[in-house]
Design a protein around this ligand. Structure first.
Ligand code: GDP
Ligand code: ZN
Length: 367
């Protein structure tokens, strides 16, 4: 990170050279960058630079609409804000690097955007109950689909009797999470929390996982404060008085940013075809050797995936879980407007190419 970026008042909120690049045309127009820290009933709170510090401003989310439900502002978005307007006027949103989307329960399935520009998706899994690998795989699929890098955090490690058992649990989880880091933590003893904090120090994170997995406890341990429910005094007379007790996006004391929105916690699958492929990457590579390119890995001749199961190289449970998610995804996808999906996928490819480009430049020390 350059001196310039480190000195930026919004760097604690995740501002970096990549966002500064996308913001350049707006900076030239005298606009300010702002990050959305909360969205609630058509209003959003943003943090914008104010001298060497930051200040909060309030904006109306309806000001940037394109009719695309996924273009609606959400927590984590970066915006171009017009400081000359009374109340903050959001002119545009910067292109999103990643996005968490969930299916709405309405008849016509449409995605709803839950969080944007997330780098790390922490899948919290409680060690107080029996491991449910299928559930972990489902959350990992979602995480991969968003474009964020998943990480499994096994919580409540203090309840596990001994390091041997813990080692087995970590290994079992790892087998269901190829290419994903698995960490054990305990908010009770503090074990592993510093390691997690270090992993999350670079970028924006979200906590996913079942209710009771220990997400709130972990969020409190990471932020060092009690995250409470939202009790905002609404500005009914339009004079801009506004108190917020909670933001859904918080800078972490050790660096990095945590997004904790209630909606994200119950997130479901939504057109997660590429997420499934990433979450089951070993099956995806085996499938390249199946005789039929559209092999369903059920009873087809020349199926390399079934051959791996027979040879004891791939657990039957993994294949069953994979097929279940593929079926579920196909069902959801069939309900979704095909044109919208096509345009999203196009958009997505561009963004993922851009994200890879940025990552490569970072590695080369260009950022
Ligand atoms: P959430 O629903 O995912 O937000 O889960 P919570 O953070 O509310 O935690 C669920 C329960 O697990 C609470 O009763 C916590 O006290 C307990 N818990 C969370 N972290 C730990 C831990 O590290 N060790 C133990 N023993 N209990 C924990
Ligand atoms: Zn096959």
């Amino acid at each position: 990170m350059s001196e310039l970026t480190a000195a930026h008042p919004l760097s604690a909120y995740g501002w970096d050279a990549g966002f500064a690049d996308s913001f350049a045309p707006y900076a030239a127009q005298g606009l300010l960058p702002g990050r959305i820290v909360r969205v609630d009933r058509g209003r959003c709170d943003l943090v914008v630079p104010d001298g060497d510090g930051i200040r909060s401003v309030l904006a109306d989310t309806s000001l940037v609409t394109t009719g695309d439900p996924l273009a609606i502002m959400c927590t984590g978005d970066w915006a171009a804000v017009d400081p000359a307007r009374t109340g903050a006027y959001v002119r545009a949103l910067l292109p999103r690097r990643t996005a968490f989307v969930r299916s709405t329960s309405s008849k016509r399935s449409e995605g709803q955007i839950l969080a944007a520009n997330v780098d790390h998706a922490v899948v919290a899994v409680s060690l107080a109950v029996e491991l449910d690998l299928g559930r972990i795989e489902r959350f990992l699929t979602l995480a991969w689909e968003s474009g964020a890098e998943p990480l499994v955090v096994l919580t409540k490690a203090d309840l596990v009797p001994g390091p041997d058992v813990l080692g087995h649990l970590i290994a079992d989880t790892g087998a269901a999470a190829p290419g994903v880091q698995v960490l054990a933590v305990s908010a009770e003893t503090g074990e592993g929390v510093d390691v997690l904090a270090a992993v999350l120090a670079g970028g924006t994170s979200v906590l996913l996982g079942q209710s009771g997995a220990g997400k709130s406890t972990l969020a409190n341990a990471l932020t060092g404060e009690q995250l409470q429910d939202v009790h905002a005094t609404r500005d009914r007379d339009g004079k801009g008085r506004h108190t917020t007790t909670t933001r859904n996006l918080l800078p972490l004391p050790g660096g990095g940013v945590l997004i904790d929105t209630p909606g994200l916690r119950g997130v479901g699958l939504w057109d997660a075809e590429s997420g499934v492929a990433r979450a089951f990457s070993e099956i995806d590579s085996l499938a390249a050797d199946c005789r039929f390119h559209d092999c369903g890995h059920a009873s087809e001749p020349g199926c390399a995936v079934l051959a791996a199961v027979d040879a004891g190289e791939l657990p039957q449970r993994r294949l069953d879980s994979y097929r279940k998610l593929i079926r579920e995804n196909a069902h959801i996808a069939a309900r979704t407007d095909a044109r919208m999906r096509a345009s999203m996928r196009r958009d997505w490819k561009l963004k993922q190419t851009a994200a890879r480009h940025i990552a490569a430049r970072k590695k080369d020390g260009l950022y």
